[in-house]
Ligand binder design. Structure first.
Ligand code: BTN
Length: 223
């Protein structure tokens, strides 16, 4: 079995930061170990994919995990899926709501975006040196301005449920589920993640589906 460092054993709590992903990347450049989690109450320059902003007022969850996964580069996008599955399960446990995964990095709740994932990595040749997985979940934060520039309008757990949910509870569940799936994947390959993803697809994306299914067929080699 691959060696494995428990994710979330070390948590760095910040009142405010530009972006937890920026902070985590600096940590990694300074030799941080796998598993550290950076958490901020708010971000002043939260980032999304394709240079979009991730508006990050207090009340949301803004976190970045640092990993040194022993996976080949072609499996990088599967780390985003693994994270999406962990967040999806955490939300379901706490609220009963089942989100859907909009490939590759969005979680939609009733067709609205409740979570975004920004996975950034440093590669050395064909190997992954490190990965920073940034997760933003709209929990109790105000919705003002959040939908700007998004393909799908934003929502939050509070907006959908009508009550506040403790951010620390959501964090705890995400860490637990992430650890469960990361360990399982290191041990047995990607089948469990791909299965969960297929069960919770927002819409069938033929190109990526076929791409991943062919990876799954090579699972023996992947694991
Ligand atoms: C997206 O939907 O485009 C991805 C959004 C990712 C937002 C999170 S919040 C924590 C981490 N820090 C950032 O600056 N971005 C990610």
């Amino acid at each position: 079995m691959q060696s494995y460092q428990e994710i979330g054993n070390k948590i760095i709590w910040l009142e405010e930061v530009d972006s937890t992903n920026n902070y985590a990347k600096k940590l990694m450049e300074n030799g941080e170990e796998e598993g550290t989690l950076v958490l901020a109450k708010k971000q002043t320059q939260g980032r999304g994919r394709e240079d979009r902003n991730w508006i990050s007022p207090e009340g949301g969850l803004y976190m970045s995990l640092v990993l040194k996964p022993p996976f080949p580069v072609k499996e990088l996008s599967l780390i985003t899926l693994l994270t999406a599955v962990a967040v999806l399960e955490a939300i379901e446990k706490l609220t009963g709501f089942r989100c859907q995964v909009k490939w590759p990095n969005d979680l939609l709740l009733k067709g609205r975006k409740v979570c975004g994932i920004l996975t950034e990595s440093k590669l050395v040749g064909e190997a992954i040196e490190y990965v920073v997985v940034g997760v933003g979940v709209n929990i109790n934060n105000s919705m003002e301005g959040l939908s700007a520039g998004l393909l799908y309008p934003a929502t939050s757990l509070k907006e959908e449920s009508g009550y506040e949910i403790e951010i620390s509870q959501v964090l705890k569940e995400i860490i637990q589920d992430f650890n469960k799936y990361y360990q399982l994947t290191l041990r047995e390959g990607w089948s469990a993640i791909l299965k969960k993803w297929k069960e919770n697809l927002y819409e069938v994306d033929e190109i990526n589906l076929q791409n991943y299914l062919s990876m799954e067929n090579e699972e023996g080699e992947l694991a």
